[in-house]
Write a protein of this length. Structure first.
Ligand code: C2E
Ligand code: CA
Ligand code: CA
Length: 755
């Protein structure tokens, strides 16, 4: 094969034109899901009737500066195949293409790949990019920059040949990769009991999971290798043990055959598709995502959007829901959009409403409130169109969308708009047949009451809410419902009820295996338990709960689900609490960022004050101080700057009130002040001073019409506080603050002699 070394550009193009190069695909297989989850594109060259090994011609082309010519041809084959399948309505799985280090020197890789994505109208979600580990060692900048742009465009980045021996650990820290490909040939497993190799494999896998990377094991040939990988928690396998690389026709046949027989009869195609969908939905409910996915995949091959648009939309929606449940928002949205284009074309407004709503929910789970709202509003718009009201599921859909909008505005602190949507939702929830949604409605309503000075109403409705939750027949939202209820009980200081909720959750927990429940729920329960122990001030149980919580967190990062930082933070906090007992006492009183007291300290100081005030009966002032346009500070100048502003303002206030009382960090950008032995005149003076001194600091804030950071303040002055709780006073101060904010911010208001 001497020709390999001397190949010219013209020759290469002639060979490509004559079809000597062919794209083969090697399946990437999920063992647990029994599903194909991807495939790698590998080039095959048949020259003069014989296959030339890539191990020969790839390095040769790299040497003579021609590899990019071949690679861009193969990338185009991959995009073209995906777009063909997309047109036929066949289910797509991502294809990984190889990008050689030399490609970055020869062509603009980013431009080539993004142009292909646009030319073939194939989302980058369906194309993965493999870059070998060694590429990151040399030519650093150019590759890092390209990778970062490719990622921003939506491609997933795979580090190929991971473990082949370069400075692998450092690389993981620096590259924004999504998945590592662990090649078994780099581990010496000749002696199958090689403990060292096993340990290395396990720790590499654990480490990747720890920082949230996916893993594909490559080159798996034996059952022993497979066992090691399974034990280490690696599920996706690319290797001869399951499949060799194959041509496109064989790959298609494989996709089709994989799940034949799972459903027995195959009468006509469309009913077969529907059966697959129904089966898949059942599997989804049992959280068997891999199998559910393979079945909708089968359905997708049968259902034609032109002849059966409704089933098609249903199928795309279900696929989206499955991907969403698997944590892949990108692909989820991809499928919702596919369904949406057909639903809009056919004027299925209830279906479009549902699809928009589901897209919103994906954003909701990413805590991107603005986008979530955008899609929920589109959903509401679809549902508001005439001719809907008679349609099946309309009431349910309209309820869900309005509730979602309510919850999102609530999360943004826009309580008035939240309430508008809640009122809309109320119309639907009162329709016969919607009884099982009443709990959700009332629970959200109570939370809204809590935020808007109507604690009494929340308190009043609480027993009914408990009753609904405990008598519900529909258990589908059990965990969410219980969580909401528990948190509400906590806020209302209904500790007995909270205990009942917690016990109920823990009882349920014992009825399932650990895998069925998942760690997220266990963590959630444990977090509630922590809050409960804090609430009832049971220090001993609190410690026990905290230890149990750490154990769960540890497990969780082994599953790669929790950000490392959060868990580490928590650990550090705990160490600080336990190792130095004196420190511990202070620590839980003090806000970490600003060094002023926190809510806990506020509650404690207020109690002391209550005692004293009972003895000598002086007046007290309670104020809430809020930084104006603080969100904009964070958005424009970054969180570090935001943190700095919080520190400055807290110090300004602290200095002014140091002889009269205390300051506490109450929320993100809200402080509470407790002023002892003051009357309304004195409070006015303090408020003016706080207003002026903050402004005089000249902290830049373009969002404010004064161009500098200002604060808004609301106060109450009380005669005696014997029977009132601090949480009952704060809403009155908050109301004053609200009025200031409504009237242009940067001011203060004081209400005198409330009680
Ligand atoms: P790679 O990217 O690491 O690809 C995986 C190689 O491992 C493939 O070899 C595949 O056939 C092989 N393999 C997969 N499972 C097993 C297994 O269980 N046992 C063994 N022994 N091998 C397995 P292939 O196709 O010969 O390609 C070799 C290398 O050539 C690739 O390594 C890649 O670096 C390069 N290559 C292949 N096609 C392309 C391409 O289109 N562009 C570029 N730039 N490089 C390519
Ligand atoms: Ca590869
Ligand atoms: Ca590889």
């Amino acid at each position: 094969m001497g020709c390999v070394d001397e190949i010219t550009e013209e020759q290469l193009h002639t060979y490509i034109r004559q079809g000597e190069f062919e794209m083969y695909l090697q399946p990437q297989y999920s063992v647990a899901g029994n599903a194909l989850v991807g495939a790698e594109a590998l080039t095959r060259w048949k020259h003069q009737g014989e296959f030339v090994s890539p191990a020969k011609f790839i390095p040769a082309l790299e040497q003579c500066g021609l590899i990019a010519q071949l690679d861009s041809y193969i990338w185009e084959c991959a995009f073209s195949l995906q777009s063909e399948k997309q047109r036929e309505g066949i289910f797509l799985i991502p294809i990984s293409v190889n990008v050689s280090r030399e490609d970055f020197n020869e062509i603009d890789v980013y431009k080539t790949l993004t142009e292909l994505s646009e030319k073939y109208d194939v989302s980058p979600a369906y194309m993965h990019i493999e870059i070998t580990e060694s590429a990151f060692v040399n030519d650093k900048e150019i590759i890092y920059e390209a990778v970062s742009k490719l990622k921003d465009f939506g491609f997933m980045i795979l580090i190929d040949d991971f473990g082949s021996g370069y400075s692998a650990l450092n690389i993981l820290k620096d590259i924004e990769a999504d998945i590592v490909k662990l090649d078994m040939k780099f581990f010496d497993l000749t002696d199958q009991n090689n403990v060292k190799a096993r340990n290395i494999i396990c720790s590499v896998i654990q480490m990747a999971q720890l920082i949230g990377l996916g893993i594909i094991a490559e080159g798996v040939e034996t059952v022993e290798q497979l066992d090691i990988l399974k034990e280490a928690g690696c599920d996706i396998i690319q290797g001869y043990y399951f499949y060799h690389p194959m041509n496109v026709a064989d790959f298609d046949a494989l996709m089709r055959s994989l799940n034949k027989g799972r459903i027995r009869k195959k009468a006509d195609e469309s009913s077969f598709g529907k059966e697959c969908i129904a089966e898949s939905r059942k599997l989804l409910e049992k959280a068997e995502y891999g199998d559910a996915l393979t079945l909708v995949q089968r359905a997708a091959e049968q259902i034609n959007p032109a002849t059966d648009p409704r089933t098609y939309c249903d199928m795309q929606n279900l696929t989206g829901v499955i991907y969403g449940a698997m944590g892949n928002e990108l692909l989820a949205v991809e499928h919702y959009l596919a369904g949406l284009s057909v639903a809009l074309k056919n004027d299925f407004s209830v279906v479009s409403g549902k699809l928009y709503n589901n897209i919103g929910s994906e954003y909701q789970s990413l805590k991107d409130h603005e986008h979530a709202i955008k899609y929920f509003e589109l959903s509401a718009k679809e549902l508001l169109r005439e001719n809907n009201s008679g349609q099946e599921n309309y009431v349910q859909r309209a309820f869900v969308t309005n509730m979602n909008l309510c919850v999102e505005y609530y999360a943004l602190g826009e309580y008035r708009r939240a309430e508008e949507y809640l009122n809309q939702a109320e119309i639907f929830v009162k329709t016969p047949g919607m009884e099982s949604d009443m709990f959700h409605f009332l629970a959200v309503q109570s939370n809204l009451y809590m935020k808007t000075d109507r604690r009494e109403l929340a308190q009043e409705g609480f027993p009914h809410l408990m009753e609904l939750a405990f008598n519900a027949e529909d258990r589908s939202d059990f965990w969410d419902d219980m969580e909401m209820l528990g948190n509400l009980a906590l806020e209302l200081h209904e500790f007995a009820a909270m205990k009942r909720v917690l016990d109920n959750m823990e009882n349920q927990l014992h009825m399932f295996s650990e895998e069925q429940i998942g760690l997220d729920i266990q963590v959630k329960i444990q977090e509630m338990r922590l809050a409960y122990c804090k609430g009832i001030k049971d220090e001993k149980s609190l410690r026990e709960a905290e230890l149990a919580y750490i154990e769960l967190c540890k497990k969780q990062y082994l599953e790669g689900k929790r950000t490392r930082a959060a868990a580490i933070d928590y650990k550090i906090q705990l160490n600080m609490q336990y190792e130095e007992n004196v420190q511990y006492k202070k620590q839980i009183d003090i806000d970490q960022l600003t060094g002023v007291g926190n809510r806990y300290k506020l509650e404690k100081d207020y109690k002391t004050l209550k005692k004293i005030s009972g003895e000598n009966g002086g007046q007290i002032g309670v104020g809430i101080i809020d930084l104006d346009y603080f969100k904009e500070v964070n958005d424009t100048y970054g969180h570090l700057q935001g943190d700095y502003y919080l520190k400055v303002v807290s110090q300004v206030i602290k200095k002014i009130i140091s002889s009269t009382g205390g300051i506490y960090r109450y929320g993100g950008d809200e402080f509470v002040v407790l002023l002892v032995d003051v009357d309304a005149d004195e409070v006015t003076k303090i408020a003016q001073q706080i207003r002026d001194e903050t402004e005089s600091r000249q902290l830049c804030n373009q969002a404010s019409d004064r161009n500098v950071l200002t604060v808004s303040q609301g106060y109450v002055v009380l005669d005696q506080i014997k029977n009132i709780d601090i949480w009952q006073i704060l809403p009155y101060a908050d109301r004053q603050l609200y009025n200031v904010k409504k009237n242009g911010k940067h001011g203060y208001r004081i209400i005198d002699k409330l009680i």
